[in-house]
Design a protein around this ligand. Structure first.
Ligand SMILES: Cc1cc2nc3c(=O)[nH]c(=O)nc-3n(C[C@H](O)[C@H](O)[C@H](O)COP(=O)(O)O)c2cc1C
Length: 279
């Protein structure tokens, strides 16, 4: 059975809950802004991502409050001062970030409320956050209003002017190490995700190689009852069906046994060996 919500027929009950639980995990922008009087604001937004590299554009979306259709202070501030600092949220500061999301009055400085240290930005008025591993100083190029009702978002298009990376999250090649960065993500309800060794894995897909595709796999492999779509995709990421390697020891096996062995090899990351069993 499939549950459907037909928005065109007004079936929107629980929509917020379903959208935020379904489109997950999401990265979190911790956004520092100021109003025209210099009042500071700090708030998290998980309707957030990177959308362009040249120019470097980050977009986040403050949503009009459902209960009273008011706008978030962050958005009000950005209409007044078209700059912000977007900081990323590591596990070490996630509870403080959650605290900063309380509906404090506009004059309340969430740096103080949530215990963050301000660092003066180089190019924009809003401050950076010392405790965050990565800070982006941004100018706001455009605000796209998506509606007037409670729940309506406004896309804030931010152009990155300067990126600050704490060297503690870099590896020996000066690349960002996901485990050192220890970023958290937002899912539905009260759920957050961590970036642990157990939760991350790699999918090798060299850009230089064109996979043959599942449609080009031999029929008996493509229609296997044992190999899953994921496993077929690993095999089909090879450019061609490999030729038999004379040195591979092959015992007499029926198709089912071959597929079971290939499945085992694929689970160990041995795709070439799996192919040799299958051909
Ligand atoms: C992790 C997290 C992610 C959030 N993401 C959003 C979001 O994408 N959009 C939004 O409008 N509110 C989001 N919120 C709620 C806002 O942070 C909250 O409404 C905050 O009070 C807004 O502050 P402001 O009025 O000072 O701008 C999120 C809260 C948390 C804790």
């Amino acid at each position: 059975m499939i549950k459907t919500l037909d928005i065109t027929k007004g079936e929107t009950e629980g929509l917020y809950k379903f959208l935020t639980a379904a489109v997950a995990p999401r990265p979190i922008a911790f956004v520092s802004t100021v109003d025209k009087n210099g009042n500071k604001n700090l708030s998290p937004f998980s309707f957030f991502n990177v959308f362009s590299v040249n120019p470097p554009i980050l977009v986040f979306s403050p949503v009009r409050r459902m209960r009273n259709n008011t706008s978030k202070h962050t958005l009000d501030n950005i209409h007044q001062v078209k700059e912000c600092v977007i900081s990323l949220v590591s596990e070490e500061i996630a509870q403080q970030v959650s605290l900063a999301s309380c509906d404090f009055d506009a004059e309340v400085n969430e740096f103080e409320k949530a215990g963050f240290t301000e660092v003066k930005s180089d190019l924009v008025i809003p401050s950076r956050i010392k405790e965050s591993p990565i800070n982006f100083e941004c100018k706001v190029n455009e605000i796209i209003t998506l509606g007037e009702q409670g729940g309506a978002g406004s896309l804030v298009l931010c152009e990155v002017l300067k990126m600050h990376i704490n060297e503690n999250v870099l590896d020996e090649n000066n690349d960002i190490d996901p485990f050192k960065l220890n970023i958290v993500s937002r899912l539905g309800a009260n759920w957050y995700g961590k970036t642990t060794k157990e939760s991350l894995y790699e999918i090798a897909k060299p850009i230089s190689r064109m996979g043959m595709g599942i449609d080009n796999l031999p029929e008996n492999i493509r229609n296997s009852n044992i190999l899953t779509g994921n496993e077929l995709a690993i095999l089909a990421s090879a450019e061609n069906i490999p030729s038999k390697n004379e040195f591979t020891v092959r015992e007499e096996k029926n198709t089912e046994e071959k597929h079971i062995l290939a499945k085992e090899l694929l689970s160990q990351g041995k795709s070439e060996e799996a192919w040799q069993i299958l051909i």
